[in-house]
Design a protein around this ligand. Structure first.
Ligand SMILES: Nc1ncnc2c1ncn2[C@@H]1O[C@H](COP(=O)(O)OP(=O)(O)OP(=O)(O)O)[C@@H](O)[C@H]1O
Length: 614
């Protein structure tokens, strides 16, 4: 009890400050709902007023009926009274039917509105996910924020609007009920209102507790999701069976869920106890008022019809207070939780377009320059690239080689502006990449990353996605397929280019890793870009396919600026210039012949590989 009082004091201290923020957040949610489905929002609002007033109209008709029956006993003209009674009964039926009709219409409006709002919010979430920097994907905090936002996105904004409309409806009902009860006694009204205060406090306190618990459990929740994914996704299915890992992950999952369940249960039990005390106080006020009304009736101060009406109003008042409470506290809770969604939507990309973008040179005339680049990954204390300078002339093919983790892929990520270097600059024809529109720059780059994507879409779409700015052109798709060797896979696909790749969907056909890599190559080849980058493009190809791709590559890269990353030195020897990276800096550079003559690290690596391939 002491804890509840302390928490109540804590909340009351914060109320003036919270209120401004509350209103801002609620307004933002209301705007979101409005933009998602303006028509349905109008319908919902229009239905609120009759829903608030009709219950009272029903009570009043009931009073008329009871009073009519009471006067019927003493009236000489029983026929006239019966006629009047029947009219009142008909009126009661009419009011009831109207209530049902309006309720049904409100339900339909609410259902449509919910679906539209949920889909619209999900769309905003998707748009944000693709707009933010890659850097966010490196941070567990980002995944926590996304996880919480996803949990809230589907229903929280509409929940807020429902609570608001319900609040308006309850406020109308409450105002009319209070006005009616005032006719009986002001003391009843005061007692009822006072008795509802403990309930409000309990709800607010526990909403805050629930919110804090939800935030603190996010990591555990995500861990359990991760374990679920390990147990159900295809990527892990082979190892899980072979190493018999199923029971280990299942046990971990069960332990985590058990912990979460226990925490939630403790919270629910404690809330139920507090609720019980609050409701007992409220019930005492209601039944005390009922006793008072009964006494007044017995004294003859009010009619039997009045007693029926006031009794009804009291019962209704109790229900309205309950509903008012739940919509008020629902709003308080919603306001707390909607911040999860806003936290995600308010993430700002650091890599932004400049105010006055310069066009990307087309054709590139002088080339690409990396000028004294140094870079560390966000949150990492080690330097990944240290004072790198590279010059690539248009039409040149350069190769980046070096051990694992030497920084080759990172250099490519900087060129694509997935990250920005902390020192130095990258320029095309002397124009800093930061002065170009990000999308314009990326349109000029075609990349096959090591961890290329495997889209569970048709083969044609898998290739076309490389040039998705234009319509699907089967001529171009077929050419890219020939250049990358995909046409060989085609022969065994029953529905040719229409075949869905992967096993996610019905009739999907899976490919081998090497075949998927060829599809990724085709996706890069179809793109009409001036820069082409291949990060270990042939690592999964058999030697014959690899030789073919490289033979084609020089031809395809003609007129383009190309960067190839490779571990098999035999395949990169055709490059115009080879850069050997070591621990984030350039250790050697030159043509294959120059580097061999240097007899340095490159020559040593080449010899080792040559022996292994012999
Ligand atoms: N997202 C990241 N966050 C922090 N460090 C990273 C990240 N990605 C890579 N690194 C680190 O940066 C260094 C360079 O990585 P990079 O992927 O550029 O190497 P690489 O030369 O392409 O290696 P490989 O030949 O194995 O593909 C490595 O030490 C790696 O651990």
């Amino acid at each position: 009890m002491r804890a509840i009082i302390l928490e109540a004091l804590h909340i009351s201290k914060r109320l003036p400050h919270v209120r401004r923020e509350d209103l801002k957040d609620l307004w933002r949610a209301a705007l979101l709902v409005w933009k998602s489905a303006p028509g349905w929002a109008v319908a919902s609002i229009a239905l609120v007023i009759p829903q608030g007033v009709l219950p009272l109209a029903s009570l009043y008709v009931m009073k008329l009926i009871v009073d009519c029956v009471a006067t019927g006993y003493s009236s000489a003209d029983s026929e006239a009274v019966t006629g009047q009674l029947l009219m009142f009964v008909a009126l009661a039926i009419l009011v009831e039917l109207l209530s049902i009709l309006i309720q049904s219409a409100a339900n339909i409006a609410s259902e449509f509105q919910s679906t539209l709002v949920s889909d619209h919010t999900q769309d905003i979430l998707h748009a944000k996910s693709v707009a933010i920097d890659l850097e966010y994907y490196e941070s567990p905090k980002y995944y926590d924020t996304l996880h919480r936002a996803q949990q809230e996105a589907a229903y929280r904004p509409i929940h807020i609007v429902r609570s608001l409309t319900q609040l308006a409806q309850n406020a109308i009902s409450m105002a009319s009920t209070v006005a009616l009860l005032f006719l009986a006694s002001w003391a009843i009204v005061v007692a009822l209102l006072m008795a509802s205060i403990p309930g409000i406090l309990v709800q607010m306190i526990y909403s805050g507790k629930l919110y804090r618990w939800q935030v603190s459990r996010t990591e555990k929740d995500r861990k359990s999701w991760y374990l679920h994914w390990l147990l159900t996704d295809k990527s892990f299915a082979k190892e899980i069976r072979l190493f018999d890992l199923g029971s280990i992950f299942r046990d971990r999952y069960t332990a985590l869920r058990e912990q979460l369940r226990k925490e939630k249960l403790d919270l629910s039990v404690s809330k139920s106890k507090a609720n019980l005390a609050a409701q007992a106080i409220e019930s005492m006020a209601v039944f005390g008022s009922l006793a008072f009304l009964a006494m007044e009736g017995m004294k003859g101060n009010i009619t039997i019809g009045d007693i029926t009406m006031y009794f009804g109003a009291l019962v209704q008042g109790k229900a309205v207070i309950g509903s008012l409470l739940s919509s008020l506290t629902g709003l308080y809770e919603d306001r707390l939780f909607i911040t999860n969604l806003y936290d995600f939507l308010d993430l700002e990309p650091n890599i932004k377009d400049p105010l006055k973008p310069v066009k990307v040179p087309r054709p590139i005339e002088k080339g690409i320059t990396f000028e004294g680049i140094s870079f560390s990954y966000p949150g990492s204390s080690s330097v990944t690239l240290n004072d790198i300078s590279v010059k690539i002339k248009p039409g040149q093919v350069i190769a980046l080689v070096g051990g694992n983790g030497s920084g080759k892929t990172t250099l490519i990520k900087l060129l694509c502006r997935l990250y920005d270097p902390q020192k130095g600059r990258i320029a095309i024809d002397g124009v800093d990449l930061k002065d170009m529109r990000v999308s314009d720059l990326r349109r000029e780059i075609s990349v096959v990353f090591q961890d290329y994507a495997q889209y569970n879409l048709s083969l044609a779409e898998n290739i076309w996605l490389g040039s998705a700015a234009g319509p699907l052109d089967m001529g171009k798709v077929a050419k890219a397929a020939r250049d990358s060797g995909v046409d060989r896979i085609l022969k065994r696909l029953e529905t040719g280019y229409e075949t869905t790749l992967g096993k996610w969907f019905d009739k999907g056909t899976d490919l081998s890793i090497g075949e998927w890599q060829k599809v990724a190559l085709a996706r890069a080849f179809i793109r009409d870009s001036q820069i082409i980058i291949m990060d270990e493009p042939t690592s999964s190809l058999d030697p014959k396919a690899e030789a073919e791709v490289f033979a084609k590559f020089r031809e395809l890269a003609k007129g383009k600026t190309a960067i190839v990353i490779g571990h098999r030195l035999s395949t990169v020897r055709m490059a115009d210039c080879i850069y050997l990276l070591n621990d984030g800096h350039i250790a050697e550079k030159g043509t294959h012949e120059e580097l061999m003559a240097l007899k340095g690290e490159y020559a040593q690596l080449f010899e080792i590989q040559a022996v292994n391939y012999r």
